[in-house]
Design a protein around this ligand. Structure first.
Ligand code: GAL
Length: 898
């Protein structure tokens, strides 16, 4: 690293240049400006992004627009902003924008311009990760599947066919953003872009051609003239013109590959995704806050939560193999867009604490490091900068100072001395001191509330009285009409079928227009074979060396059995009759590969030998048979899930005692539940398939159960996190509830169509509302006062001290809800946690009264944690805690109960 003077000198021409660019942009803006911001320039130095001439410390919220609906976007963006994010980050989803080569689509959930404009109008910035390879647990990593059909193409390497397609798409997006005036220098929110994604992880598989590709991608991107910085994540050999950024659970040790680049964290994995038949990962808020605080402590300047809102893989967008429809990710905003607490609130406090340090953080070129103990350290940032509007020097003299005190000991808390004061640091935690004196936040002390989501049960969809709609007794929603069903033919159903000898590669045939590929052939069985099996007491088998993701074997129209896995061997015993037998092999994909090198070569279907074994004269090589191929389901192609076309199928009424099992379509109509709570459909009574509401594909469903073991009864936030550390849902289906966005529903008569493969009971399907019913808080005298109470000049000016303030408990129901009752309150030494709090001998008798008075009937309330508030000290010399459990109900319900 050079000296500060050297670096200043080095960056001078660049600054001058950027100033000229800036003025030019500003002048142009007088006439043309998208109006979200005064046009501003973005550059960077070794310390941070420089936005409009100022270094900034930025927190960013990852939200993928197609994982929500445009109607959800404003609320998601607003909640990100309220949570303290400065930036929204999204990938661009090529497969959604160019479903057919040359035919672009930018509407509905793919209206990226609208999304970016909403971010701009909220006053937030945007980091646009164009890729166009994105990984993202998205089908085929975001590549359109037609890309693999270009003869000679090789993805993500020095291949001219690929590079042409990639450049065309990236250019298209950059041009679109420029035309819409969405770059910062046009007054838009876009401050940064990304090309490629984690290519460094697989680059070595491509040898020299991989290296050439990186250089090409960088040059191509820069030459598009977007005039904001570009990043490549996980790319240690990123060229000088591109910032290499870090992805991971922790990035505090990360250093970019040049002294002139800032330390950016593009993906802070705050949770993880789930697979069908897998458990649900959770990352504790304390550890996440620790990771973020450590990052800023050790010189980081931009951090993005991957994901801040995960959302839903609607339709067949889920990647694979085997990723579930929900992309909840244990993110601060849950799949439905509700706050996931305490994560959201704890991070909000963290962001506020970091904001208080921003002046000092950007003023220093590097931190001063102090070792405080064997596993304890401090990083101190000092500077003389002024805060706009505040003349800090008038009350602090030597300038600003902010510090982070870290205890990286996983087991023990530590008492440390720092600048003449004593601090107690909980294990695996960071304390943040915006004025180098007062701790305003510690990552292990969660003052934010917890909220427990409930699902109010609407009635099952079959709730009918002689075919008529009836009024739901306790509310205002209507459910009605009965279920009808229609059979999906097994095997060939349309003239589009074709017959060839041998086994074809699945994706070459389906082009991923459907998950399903039918293979049909006829097998002759002689009397001798039958006698042979009888004598040996054995059955013949269909044996395939390797299949993905699901194989179903049908003999004479009956399902003989299924195998699933990713490139696993399939051996299916079958019962064959004497004479000709219809053999149908149904190959299914459940989300195409989205990660790794060469996945365009991966394909699907069957590999290796495909045989019938156990015949008297030996095995039959099915690769030599004539096969008739049929892509997809009849119902899919007739679009019987849409209101316009659903009568194209023959539907018959279904009765409870006569539910057909395999390969059936079911339909019913239902009325939308009242109110604005998010809506889910519970498909836990079904097997595997897909579902549509009013023609909208809500996703694949599969009631596959997670292993019984491998979950932790409690989750210890201390120590390094990995996705197997804190898991829940063992022994239960990975997913049973599926989001139906409100905007896809109309008041009444919503068409629900379900395609079921293996069998289930549609009569038990129900509609559920998703809301936070129970909220809990647990704040003690040893917690810090609310971070939001500190103002920048007060804290850095040393005008107030922590002793002037009291910790507080803050409780809040979701919008439209109020606190109906206080179910538990104890100021003293309550035991247990949310939903099982207990009083102990130390308990202020008026606890409930005080909290009820402050909170009941309100959307939000605060209670101070002090003896004075509870009429005296319930137990002297002991640290007191207030624990509260409250129930939220909708304001309208509350009003009608009064
Ligand atoms: C990263 C990748 C993301 C996402 C993430 C896991 O490696 O860049 O797109 O797939 O892993 O959720």
């Amino acid at each position: 690293m050079g000296t500060m003077a050297e670096r200043r000198r080095n960056s001078l021409p660049f600054l001058l240049l950027s100033a000229i660019v800036h003025f030019a942009a500003a002048a142009a803006a007088a006439t043309a400006n998208s109006g979200f911001f005064e046009p501003f320039n973005v550059s960077y130095d070794h310390r941070a992004l420089i936005i409009d001439g100022k270094r900034r410390m930025l927190n960013s919220a990852g939200i993928h627009y197609p994982r929500a609906t445009p109607e959800m976007w404003p609320d998601l963006i607003a909640k990100s902003k309220e949570g303290g994010a400065d930036v929204i980050q999204t990938y661009v989803f090529w497969s959604g924008h160019e479903p057919v080569r040359g035919q672009y689509y930018f509407e509905g959930s793919y209206d990226i311009v609208k999304f970016v404009k909403l971010v701009g109008s909220s006053g937030m910035y945007l980091h646009l990760r164009i890729g166009p390879y994105v990984c993202a647990e998205w089908n085929f990593g975001g590549f359109p599947v037609w890309l693999r059909n270009i003869p000679g193409i090789e993805f993500r390497t020095d291949n001219v066919l690929f590079k042409d397609e990639m450049e065309r798409f990236v250019r298209r997006i950059v041009d679109l953003m420029r035309e819409e005036m969405l770059f910062s220098w046009q007054g838009g929110p876009i401050i940064m872009l990304q090309v490629e994604n984690e290519y460094g992880n697989i680059e070595s598989s491509y040898g020299q051609r991989g290296k050439n590709y990186v250089k090409w991608a960088a040059r191509m991107a820069i030459e598009l003239g977007a005039r904001v910085p570009w990043v490549m994540c996980q790319q240690n050999d990123a060229p000088e013109t591109i910032i290499n950024a870090c992805n991971g659970y922790y990035c505090d040790g990360f250093k970019p590959n040049s002294h002139d680049k800032p330390t950016l964290w593009t993906e802070d994995w705050d949770g993880w995704y789930a697979s069908w038949g897998g458990r649900l990962p959770h990352r504790p808020a304390e550890d996440l806050a620790f990771a973020v605080a450590r990052f800023f402590e050790r010189g980081g300047s931009f951090q993005n939560y991957y994901m801040y809102f995960g959302g839903t893989n609607f339709g067949r967008t889920s990647g694979g193999p085997f990723y579930v429809t929900s992309y909840d990710y244990d993110a601060p905003l849950d799949e439905y867009g509700l706050l996931s607490q305490p994560k959201w609130g704890h991070l909000k406090d963290l962001h506020a604490a970091i904001k208080l340090c921003e002046v000092a953080l950007v003023a220093s070129d590097a931190a001063q490091y102090l070792k405080l103990g064997p596993k304890q350290e401090a990083h101190v940032y000092r500077g003389n900068n002024h805060i706009e509007g505040h003349n800090l020097t008038s009350y602090i003299g030597q300038g600003v100072c902010s510090a982070f005190l870290a205890n990286i000991d996983e087991h023990r808390s530590a008492t440390v001395h720092f600048l003449g004061q004593v601090y107690i640091l909980p294990p695996w935690s960071v304390s943040i001191l915006p004025d180098c004196r007062n701790v305003v936040f510690n990552t292990a002390k969660v003052a934010a509330q917890t909220s427990i989501k409930s699902t109010a049960n609407e009635l099952p969809l079959n709730f009918i009285v002689s075919g008529e709609k009836i009024k739901k007794p306790s509310g205002t929603s209507y459910f009605g009409k009965s279920w009808m069903w229609s059979q999906e033919p097994i095997g060939v159903w349309s003239p589009t079928n074709f017959t060839v000898e041998g086994i074809l590669e699945h994706l070459n045939v389906t082009k991923d227009l459907s998950d399903y590929l039918w293979h049909f052939t006829r097998i002759y069985v002689s009397e001798d074979d039958i006698a042979f099996w009888k004598e040996k007491d054995m059955r013949p088998t269909v044996s395939i060396d390797s299949i993905r993701d699901v194989l179903r074997v049908f003999v004479n129209g009956q399902l003989a059995g299924s195998t699933y896995g990713h490139w696993v061997k399939a051996v299916q015993p079958v019962d064959l009759l004497q004479g000709y037998n219809d053999l149908v092999l149904l190959s299914q994909t459940v989300g195409l590969q989205n990660y790794g090198a060469f996945f365009e070569k991966d394909g699907a279907g069957f590999r290796g030998k495909v045989k019938l074994t156990g015949f008297k004269d030996g095995d039959i090589d099915l690769a030599k048979s004539l096969w008739t191929y049929q892509v997809g389901l009849r119902g899919e192609f007739l679009k019987i899930y849409t209101t316009e076309d659903n009568e194209k199928a023959e539907w018959t009424y279904l009765t409870q005692d006569n539910v057909p099992s395999t390969f059936s379509w079911y339909k019913t109509h239902f009325d939308s539940p009242d109110g604005t709570d998010p809506v889910a459909i519970d498909l836990g009574s079904m097997g595997k398939g897909q579902a549509w509401v009013n023609g909208h594909h809500i996703g694949r469903y599969w009631t596959l159960v997670a292993p019984k073991g491998g979950c932790q009864p409690t989750c210890d936030y201390r120590g390094p996190y990995n996705s197997a550390k804190c898991r829940t849902n063992c022994g239960k289906p990975t997913q049973t509830r599926y989001h139906i966005p409100r905007s896809w529903l109309q008041g009444s008569d919503n068409l629900l169509v379900v395609f079921e493969e293996t069998g289930g009971n549609p009569f038990d399907i129900s509609i559920k509302l998703h809301f936070s019913e129970i909220i809990c808080g647990q704040v003690s005298e040893s917690h810090y006062p609310p971070v939001q109470k500190w103002s920048l000049p007060d804290s850095v000016g040393g005008r107030i001290s922590i002793n002037d303030m009291t910790p507080e408990m803050h409780l809040q129901c979701e919008d439209g809800y109020v606190i109906a009752s206080i179910e538990f309150a104890s100021y003293g030494t309550p035991a247990g946690g949310c939903q099982n709090f207990r009083k102990s001998s130390c308990h202020a008798p008026n606890s409930s009264l005080v909290v009820t008075k402050a909170c009941q009937g309100r959307n939000s309330c605060s209670v101070r944690i002090s003896n004075a508030e509870f009429d005296g000290d319930p137990c002297r010399g002991i640290v007191k805690t207030l624990a509260v459990q409250a129930k939220c109900i909708s304001s309208s319900e509350h009003l009608s109960a009064l």
